[in-house]
Ligand binder design. Structure first.
Ligand SMILES: [Zn+2]
Length: 250
């Protein structure tokens, strides 16, 4: 069956002399792998639309097994991401996290929208650390993780000071610090942002300015949480950590 869909290229790999296997994340069908015949040749009409991060409309022949990409119409090449090594690093992490965290052909228009907005924000020069943290927090439910962030994970209290506890899967209040002596001391600014990133709608993101120390805390907590609970091993994460160190030297 020939189907039209709106999607973003999240992974590509070479297949044989001239073909590519392209993984799309689509609004209509979720994740979809397709064969793009001839796409490795620069003069192919499929070569531009089968580049990583490309956002567009795709015409796909589906059936049993791998579908075939018949045609593509580019909406955005995400050129600014591609031309900047830092943006490329962050965006690569975003799409790999989405890829490893989802199964094929499970429709999730909300997630498509989130991916699309996230890549657009990175392309348009927003704070890429913060955008990435928001994406990570929003991916948690998708991969089946539900940290407790609206109250103390131990006593249920909603007021007081809070810290993050890996063991208790979320925030614990100052009255309960004793119950997990390995809790991570966390600034209240970081706590507020963790909650905000988890609950708020990304399309409402205005200008957000976060201190470097707070950013460091967020990165640490979110990374530790993923390491502890997600079971995902992402190649792009290592690269991200390296370029991040390099960026801070500039
Ligand atoms: Zn408590």
């Amino acid at each position: 069956m020939l189907q039209k869909c709106e999607g973003i290229v999240i992974r590509t790999s070479d297949y044989g002399e001239s073909n590519k296997i392209v993984t799309l994340y689509t609004r209509e069908f979720g994740k979809l792998g397709v064969m793009a015949r001839g796409a490795k040749k620069t003069n192919s009409r499929l070569s531009a639309v089968s580049q990583i991060f490309t956002y567009g409309y795709f015409l796909v022949q589906t059936g049993t097994g791998l579908g075939t990409l018949q045609q593509g119409e580019m909406i955005s090449s995400m050129r600014l991401i591609r031309e900047d090594i830092f943006k490329t690093g962050y965006a690569s992490y975003i799409v790999e996290l989405l890829d490893k965290g989802t199964d094929e052909k499970i429709r999730n228009p909300f997630l498509f929208e989130l991916l699309n907005q996230t890549l657009n924000y990175i392309n348009d020069d927003n704070d890429i650390d913060i955008i990435t943290n928001i994406f990570e927090m929003k991916m948690l439910n998708v991969i089946g993780l539900y940290p407790v962030l609206n109250e103390c994970a131990i006593c249920g209290s909603k007021d007081g000071r809070f810290a993050f506890s890996m063991r208790e899967n979320g925030l614990i209040c100052h009255r309960c610090y004793e119950k997990d002596k390995y809790h991570l001391p966390t600034s209240q600014a970081a706590i507020k942002l963790l909650r905000l990133f988890y609950y708020f709608d990304l399309s409402r993101l205005g200008t957000i300015s976060v201190k470097d120390d707070t950013k460091k805390e967020l990165r640490k907590i979110i990374s530790m949480y993923y390491d502890e609970y997600s079971g995902l091993h992402l190649k792009s994460k290592k690269f991200l950590d390296q370029i991040d160190k390099f960026r801070k030297m500039l």
